[in-house]
Design a protein around this ligand. Structure first.
Ligand code: CUA
Length: 362
């Protein structure tokens, strides 16, 4: 089947048109869809779109189409049943000229019994077929050549993304290539947890999938538009569950390759921040963080090799800039209460030097 024929993806807003009011209402009801705007304030308004009805990727679009189909069938049933009910109430209401005798009794009518047995059976059968078709499509047993493998590890309270074929590890911000007609490049996520149950959810790309300790789950998507898509952990996982935000950057193939090449380089070693580098390497930072090309090979916290290629800090708790970074190193708990990273007691001149070093990790 020509894959993209059923996957046309124009501007979601334009496509929805008159449905916007309904959509806003649904989104307002679905409180998990609304999350901290604070960390996202640096992006354009469109970034905030986490609507489950503005899918831009295969599973999301399928789920959206499927849900609307089921809602349409249920709405039709509702209209017919309520319509008949209302018609009966009005048509057979008590009238003055009634002679108080009962109307003809039709108990055991074969045609009526058949009608209300067969029609629901047909409806349930159609729903089952539609569901089975959606499930088979979303299984995608045959992976197209060139698919991208990413392992996403949920931690309290941040995300680790490993690209095994490229030897890259990054955090909280996933970068993937866009899919174009004739050039599919879906991303297959292997989902693992380091501690408790989390759930991976980017509403515009795919449905949510739980991440369960000692179990490997899978999720795939193939965005059809470049851009930034946001989401968050959607399974309560402790104090900072609400600050376990997700960002997915969908790049053109060339931009993605460039990002990969930049990430593959070892960390820069800028002599101008040698003092800060020493502070970093002589502090317990290195027990938890990796900076590739140095003795820092800790695994407990995010890989900092290309820290400044990211937009946010602390899984979306703040914008990654000098001011926030300084506040974070001084006392992470102040920005993210309960965070596993302790205050390292680095202050004064050492703090300035350390922050300068971290800022150099482009
Ligand atoms: Cu991780 Cu909620």
């Amino acid at each position: 089947m020509p894959f993209y024929r059923s996957h046309r993806c124009p501007e979601p807003r334009a496509r929805l048109g008159g449905l916007d009011a309904v959509r806003v209402g649904l989104v307002a009801l679905a409180s998990p869809l609304l999350f901290s705007a604070r960390a996202l304030a640096d992006d354009a308004a469109s970034t905030f779109d986490t609507g489950i009805f503005s899918g831009v990727s295969t599973p999301a679009i399928q789920i959206q189409t499927y849900s609307l189909g089921v809602v349409a069938i249920c709405a039709a049933i509702f209209v017919v049943v309520v319509g008949f009910g209302a018609w009966t109430v009005i048509r057979f209401r008590r009238r003055d000229e009634d002679d108080d005798r009962e109307p003809p009794q039709i108990y055991g009518s074969n045609s009526l019994e058949l009608a209300w047995t067969v029609i629901p059976l047909v409806i349930v059968f159609i729903l089952a077929l539609v569901t089975a078709r959606a499930i088979v499509e979303l299984q995608l047993d045959k992976r197209p050549a060139g698919w991208l493998a990413v392992t996403a590890v949920g931690h309290q309270w941040w995300w680790e993304f490993q690209y095994p074929e490229y030897g890259i590890t990054t955090a909280n911000e996933l970068h993937i290539p866009v899919n174009r007609p004739g050039a599919r490049r879906p991303t297959f996520l292997t989902l693992e947890s380091e501690d408790v149950i989390h759930s991976f959810w980017i509403p515009r790309l795919a449905g949510k999938t739980d991440i369960i300790p000692n179990r490997t789950n899978h999720l795939w998507f193939e965005p059809l538009q470049t851009g930034l898509y946001v989401g968050q952990c959607s399974e309560y996982c402790g104090t900072q569950h609400a600050n376990m935000l997700l960002r997915v950057y969908v790049h053109s193939p060339t931009d993605f390759e460039r990002w990969v090449r930049e990430q593959q380089r070892d960390a820069v070693s800028d002599p101008r921040v040698a003092d800060g580098r020493s502070v970093f390497l002589e502090t317990a930072c290195i027990n938890c963080h990796t900076v590739r090309g140095t003795v820092a090979t800790g695994q407990f916290g995010p890989d900092l090799t290309h820290l400044m290629s990211r937009q946010t800090l602390g899984a979306g708790v703040g914008t990654l800039d000098a001011k926030t970074l300084r506040a974070w190193v001084l006392n992470p708990d102040h920005l993210k209460p309960g965070v596993r990273m302790p205050a390292m007691g680095v202050e004064g001149e050492s703090l300035d030097q350390l922050v300068s070093y971290l800022l150099s990790l482009k």
